[in-house]
Design a protein around this ligand. Structure first.
Ligand SMILES: O=c1ccn([C@@H]2O[C@H](COP(=O)(O)OP(=O)(O)O[C@H]3O[C@@H](CO)[C@H](O)[C@H]3O)[C@@H](O)[C@H]2O)c(=O)[nH]1
Ligand SMILES: [Mn+2]
Length: 353
């Protein structure tokens, strides 16, 4: 009897940033094996990363990144999980799922293994509803719908660009919170997927994240972090703020909630504090910048939006610290590199409302 192929089998890449052997894939094998992996090896390129047999993958280390991008490789972080965005750029697929190598299969309240990839695909393949909040959460989910009073003119929704998953066990807390609550574990399984309303930013975590590369890929730059940079662990946050402003402008949706993964390793809060320190006070100025950022209507593609945003970053955040001028330039380099590796693919002609 013919079995149905896994959804988006040939249209999705799984991107994993790593400094370790990838034994964690054994637990994901039933869900991940049919898909192509892009492994971005960070740190020492001479280290040999072991990938369990049976997976089809491409592995890129720092030498490969330098060879492929030449001087433009300067925009890809080194010694930080931010390097994962190279995998988004080099992929040829429509969809991306990215996961950390200390994230495992979680169980739902009925004790079943959660196929996180399947849920992300469901989230991405059905519309978002950013213009009016549906109090019964995802109206497109099985057994749910739009509630009374929800305007019918808005029920078609908009294309979904991002699916942001969550984590059981070790939550993605910042260092101060980790220090104050070292043994706090997330035991709460909330069975919900929500569209993040238009005009609202959110802290995007890169541990368990999927997105439509054609709709929003060029905005998924994880910034300049790690070695030689004054800040770390704001890679996914930076990308999330840029992505949400651009999704709002282009009429695209961002969802958060299911699926959950099991995050197993708490990174060192003291090391994290050092990495996050400047970000903790800079973000009090960065967030108002993104909350008030306006993109001209002429910006109809992600690339055009992103270049415009990079100009505003340099102009308005450059006065906080020269880092933001460097970051603004790196945002341009990223788009140049993206367009070089993905010629003739202007993202997001798709228009929402
Ligand atoms: O220099 C490095 C360090 C790590 N990696 C790989 O990146 C991920 C995450 O690493 P880890 O799980 O050790 O760190 P966390 O603090 O839990 O990471 C989460 O916090 C945020 C950091 O910005 C982000 O949301 C998560 O990544 C693993 O796959 C490591 O192998 C690396 O590539 N380079
Ligand atoms: Mn981790």
């Amino acid at each position: 009897m013919a079995t149905t192929p896994p959804p988006l089998k040939d249209e999705l890449d799984i991107v994993i940033p790593t400094i370790r052997n990838l034994d964690f894939l054994e637990m994901w094998r039933p869900f991940f094996q049919p898909y192509h992996l892009i492994i971005v090896q960070d740190g020492d390129p001479s280290k040999n990363i072991k990938v369990p047999d049976g997976f089809q993958y491409d592995l890129y280390n720092r030498n490969d990144i330098n060879k492929l991008l030449g001087p433009k490789a300067s925009c890809i972080s080194f010694k930080d999980s931010a390097c994962r965005c190279f995998g988004y750029m080099v992929s040829k697929k429509k969809y991306i799922f990215t996961i950390d190598d200390d994230c495992f299969v979680a169980k739902n309240p009925s004790g079943q293994d959660i196929n996180a990839l399947e849920q992300h695909i469901k989230n991405l393949l059905c519309p978002s509803a950013p213009y009016f909040f549906n109090t019964l959460y995802d109206p497109y989910a099985e057994g749910a719908d739009f509630v009374r009073g929800y305007p019918f003119s808005l029920r078609e929704g908009v294309p979904t660009a991002v699916s942001h998953g969550l984590w059981l066990n070790i939550p993605d807390y910042d260092a101060p919170t980790q220090l104050v609550k070292p043994s706090e574990r997330n035991k709460r399984y909330v069975d919900a997927v929500m569209t993040i309303p238009k005009g609202t930013l959110f802290p995007m975590c890169g541990m368990n994240l999927a997105f439509d590369r054609d709709l929003i890929g060029p905005a998924m730059y994880f910034g300049l972090m790690g070695e030689g940079q004054p800040i770390g662990r704001y890679d996914d946050m930076w990308a999330g703020w840029c992505v949400k402003v651009i999704c709002d402008h282009l009429g695209l949706g961002v969802k958060t909630g299911l699926p959950y993964i099991w995050h197993s390793k708490a990174s060192n809060p003291f090391v994290n504090l050092k990495k996050e320190y400047k970000g903790i006070f800079w973000q009090e100025e960065i967030i108002p910048f993104f909350q008030t950022a306006i993109l001209p209507k002429e910006c109809t593609t992600v690339q055009a939006c992103y270049i415009e945003l990079s100009k505003q970053v340099k102009e308005k955040l450059g006065k906080i610290d020269p880092y933001f001028t460097k970051l603004g330039d790196a945002m341009v380099t990223w788009i140049e590199a993206w367009d070089e590796l993905n010629p003739g693919k202007d993202s997001s002609k798709a228009k929402g409302k």
